[in-house]
Each structure stands twice: as structure tokens, then as C-alpha cells.
Ligand binder design. Structure first.
Ligand SMILES: *Cc1c(COP(=O)(O)O)cnc(C)c1O
Length: 356
């Protein structure tokens, strides 16, 4: 049995999810008549409090369609230096959208300083790209962003005439972590309320095999719809996949709290082990810095013991519905044994770790 903590994208559909997929009424979504896709789009639009939504093959395509719907050729978006929509999407906005990113420094909570945002907005002048959009990401490294910051940043953007987009790949994790009165969907709306658009992933902690959604005004969704087709994302009987996402919205949202508890269990189990600096997030991601350069050797040793994670020096462990407390305890025991045992021989590898 492999305990796969590389990402929450590795989940397998449950038997109940597969059954929902098999039963889903299907049509041709390029003609707009797949009833299950339409139901999902209405559902996620209602949950996020937006006018409309579009089912997307991936979070990357969803964000790209968002950027292309908000910006035109020669426009620019303000984005975090380490944000997924800048750093981890292959330069798609520039390559395919002729949109210039303006990356800005972020603090450890993923926030760009409001003064930096303000200073980066270009004057209307033919020397400059037209600053059109502010893009944020929540959760940030597994941490829900503060509602106060989201409010301030979106207010500033609005004041300066910028549109706002939230890369909410793990929006539901943020909502569960910040829930008040037990109403997760109210928590979702509180987070996205001030944004013009939001992208959410069904294929991460929610446990669907494929799919994301882009949500926003009807007009914005119409523009994104065109770009989705241009990018090859017009799918046919995609209700098969939308059914999995609908099932996830019905059954897998509240249980994200279980993933968060498992991440806490992992973080607590690793506390105090010499050579480790554990940075536990409030959701389902735990970062562990191996301070004595044995990170790559530890990863290798874990792999030999059936535990998968990502990273080199800073290791990343992500919990999800495919792991349980027993698996986490096994991972903790393996890490403890390795760190307290022989010095690993592996040398430090330079490079960049992947984020999925
Ligand atoms: C995973 C992820 C995406 C992209 O999702 P894919 O479906 O893998 O393309 C975008 N943004 C963030 C923050 C993510 O974690």
C-alpha cells in the first residue's frame, strides 16, 4: 500500500462517485446541451455567488481563460512572484494570450504589499502595457488568506479600475478552515465576494478525477467560453466528468476537515524531531524543511517505505481522501526513524521543486 502524499490530485474516484458518473445524463457540451455539465455550472455559480460558470478540463486552462477573458493583447496582470498563475502555468498568459505578467514580491502569507500593487499600476500611456487585472491565490501554500487582506486588496484594485481574479484551486479548503456557524458555502461566498471571478479545482481535495470551474459574470463567462474552445477545451459528453464534480460538491466538501486534521496529525508527529523545521498549514499541506541537507535522502528512504512526497530541501506532504491516520502514523514513524538514524549520504540537489 502506497501512502501518496505528493498531492491531493492523486485521489481515485470512490465507488459512489463512479456510480454517479455512470448514471449521469449526457449531451454534447459544445452544443451546450449536456444536462449534467449545465447542472454543475449552475451549482458552482450559485455556490460562489456569481452569475455564471464554465466547466474546465484543468485549473491551468481555467486560469488561462480567466486571464484571457479579463485582459486583451498588450494588457497586463499583477500577480505574485510565486503564484501558480505566473510561475507554474508555463507562461501561458504570455505565450497564448499576449498578456504581460507583472510579478510582485509576496510575503509568507502570499500577500503582495498594497503599496507595491499601487506602484505597479501603469499610467495610461503608450509606453506601458495596460494594467487590467489583479490576480490572487487562496489557499496560499496551504494557508487560507486573511479575509481582511482580500478585502483591502480587492478594494484597492477596484478603486484603480482593475478587475480581480482569485485562483481558488483549493478554495474549499480555505472555506472549511475559516468556517463560521458550520456553513461552508457561506464561508466560500465570503472569500470570493469581492472578486470579479474565481477558479476552483474539483480534482484536488474534492476528489474528482478531472475538472475545474471558472465563475464570474455572464459577460466574462461568455468571453472565457470562446477562449476555452480556442484552447481545445470544448469537450463533448463531459457530463461524465461533471457528474463526478457534482458528487464531490454533495459529499466531499465538509470532509475536507478530515484532511486538515490529518495534516495536523502529521505536523504534530514531526514536532521536535532534530533536523526538521515543520511549517504546518491550517489546511491539508505540511511543509517540512530538512535543515541538515538530508532532504533528498529522506525522500528516497520514504519512497522505499511506501511513502511518497515532493520537494528537495523543503519537503511537501499533502493529505487527501486517499490517506488515513494509519498511513500518516506510518509516514511519521518512517521519518522519525530516518532522522534519528544514520546520516544520509545523498548530496544537496540544486533545483526547483514542483507544485501540482
Ligand atoms: C493545481 C493548481 C492549479 C492548476 O490546476 P491543474 O488542474 O493542475 O491545471 C492552479 N492553481 C493552484 C494554486 C493549484 O494548486
Amino acid at each position: 500500500m502506497i501512502i501518496d502524499l505528493r498531492s491531493d490530485t492523486v485521489t481515485q474516484p470512490t465507488a459512489a462517485m463512479l456510480e454517479a458518473m455512470m448514471k449521469a445524463p449526457l449531451g454534447d457540451d459544445v452544443f451546450g446541451d449536456d444536462p449534467t455539465v449545465n447542472a454543475l455550472q449552475e451549482r458552482i455559480a450559485a455556490i460562489t455567488g456569481k452569475e455564471a460558470a464554465l466547466f474546465m478540463p484543468s485549473g491551468t486552462q481555467s486560469n488561462l481563460c480567466a486571464l484571457m477573458a479579463h485582459c486583451e493583447r498588450g494588457d497586463e496582470y499583477l500577480v505574485g512572484q510565486n503564484a501558480h498563475t505566473y510561475r507554474y502555468e508555463g507562461g501561458g498568459a504570455a505565450v497564448l494570450g499576449s498578456i504581460q505578467p507583472q510579478p510582485l514580491a509576496q510575503n509568507s502569507s502570499g500577500e503582495m504589499a498594497l503599496s507595491d500593487i499601487e506602484a505597479a499600476i501603469k499610467p495610461i500611456d503608450c509606453h506601458f502595457a495596460r494594467t487590467r487585472l489583479l490576480a490572487l491565490e487562496n489557499t496560499w501554500n496551504g494557508q487560507p488568506m486573511s479575509l481582511a487582506y482580500l478585502e483591502q486588496a480587492t478594494r484597492l484594485a477596484k478603486k484603480r479600475g482593475l478587475a480581480t481574479h482569485l485562483d481558488g484551486a483549493r478554495l474549499f479548503n480555505a472555506a472549511v478552515a475559516q468556517v463560521a456557524d458550520g456553513d461552508v458555502f457561506a464561508s466560500v461566498r465570503k472569500i470570493v465576494d469581492n472578486f470579479d471571478s474565481v477558479s476552483v479545482c474539483f480534482s484536488k481535495g474534492l476528489g474528482a478525477p478531472v475538472g475545474s470551474a471558472f465563475c464570474g459574470s455572464r459577460d466574462l463567462i461568455n468571453r472565457a467560453h470562446r477562449w476555452r474552445k480556442v484552447l481545445g477545451g470544448g469537450l463533448r459528453q463531459s457530463g461524465l466528468l461533471a457528474a463526478a464534480a457534482l458528487h464531490a460538491l454533495d459529499h466531499h466538501v465538509e470532509r475536507l476537515a478530515d484532511d486538515h486534521a490529518l495534516a495536523q496529525r502529521l505536523a504534530q508527529g514531526l514536532q521536535g524531531i532534530p533536523g526538521l523545521n515543520v511549517r504546518s498549514a491550517k489546511t491539508n499541506i505540511v511543509f517540512v524543511d530538512v535543515t541538515d541537507q538530508r532532504g533528498p535522502a529522506l525522500l528516497e528512504d520514504l519512497k522505499n517505505n511506501g511513502v511518497l512526497a515532493t520537494g528537495l530541501i523543503g519537503l511537501r506532504f499533502v493529505t487527501h481522501m486517499g490517506v488515513d491516520a494509519k498511513g500518516i502514523d506510518h509516514a511519521v514513524a518512517c521519518i522519525r526513524r530516518f532522522m534519528l538514524g544514520q546520516i544520509g549520504q545523498s548530496s544537496l540537489n540544486a533545483g526547483h521543486s514542483s507544485v501540482y
